[in-house]
Ligand binder design. Structure first.
Ligand code: PGA
Length: 250
């Protein structure tokens, strides 16, 4: 099976107001037309305006979370259908900031993945170990356990992406060694093959955690690294485009 087209996705987290759309437009103006998929995942408040601003271009729009139900009495929550209606085609699920800050366990993430599929959104499912888990030699067990628990069988044959984001590397400027990144990505690939079979799709496995213009190219060139999930460095178009430029093209 041929390698998936690399995906470079920017996760704006809880950052951005209407004036930030200029950064998104700058990304859209310079993003490559082929060979790499480029996505921006703004806060939900900007989904509709960003999708209007970038309409007809190459840059895809993603959300950062969804509720499992399509509608109902869930004050403050947003359904996958609503995200699609606002212009999203992707959704980040199970980010460690949601797992840690909102008590999302693997089962909760899996139910959100089901919701994304129901709404026609491509899920980007995040996994990653804490510093304590890595120091205790548990990184591979934790990450592969999260993959098994967070990815429902319904993903077979569907478009989806997994993002390996070590919790201790997010927003810290720290990154694993290149060998450690490859080791975890290979373990995720083996787990996906075991779950979905050789023919069950070959999703891109992204690396995330302190990806910057200065380290992107060497990380993106590693075997089994199919792109990046970029937080802080995605807020400035210049930095994000430099990371996109470091991606090997499909
Ligand atoms: P960072 O965040 O690039 O700021 O480390 C990555 C992420 O949380 O997706």
């Amino acid at each position: 099976m041929s390698a998936p087209t690399p995906l470079i996705a920017g996760n704006w987290k809880m950052n951005g107001t209407a004036e930030s759309l200029a950064q998104a437009s700058a990304v859209a103006a310079a993003a490559p037309a082929a060979g790499v998929r480029v996505a921006l995942c703004p806060p939900a408040t900007l989904l509709a305006s960003m999708s209007r601003a970038l309409a007809g271009g190459q840059v895809m729009i993603g959300a950062q979370d969804c509720h499992p139900e399509p509608s109902g009495a869930f004050t403050g929550d947003i359904s996958a259908e609503m995200l699609a209606d606002a212009g999203a085609s992707l959704v980040i699920l199970g980010h460690s900031e949601r797992r840690a800050g909102h008590g999302e366990d693997d089962a909760a993430v899996a139910s959100k993945v089901q919701a994304a599929l129901r709404a026609g959104l491509e899920p980007i499912i995040c996994v990653g170990e804490t510093r304590q888990e890595r120091e205790a030699g548990q990184a591979l067990a934790v990450v592969t356990g999260q993959v098994r628990g967070s990815l429902p069988a319904a993903l077979a044959g569907k478009a989806f992406t997994v993002a390996y984001e070590p919790v201790w590397a997010i927003g810290t400027g720290l990154t694993p060694t290149l060998e450690d990144i490859v080791e975890v990505h290979q373990a995720i690939r083996a787990t996906l093959r075991d779950m979905f079979g050789e023919g069950g799709g070959a999703p891109a496995i992204l690396y995330g955690g302190s990806v910057k213009p200065g380290n992107a190219a060497e990380i993106l060139a590693l075997p089994e690294v199919g792109g990046a999930l970029v937080g802080g460095a995605s807020l400035k178009a210049e930095d994000f485009l430099a990371i996109v430029a470091g991606s090997p093209k499909a």
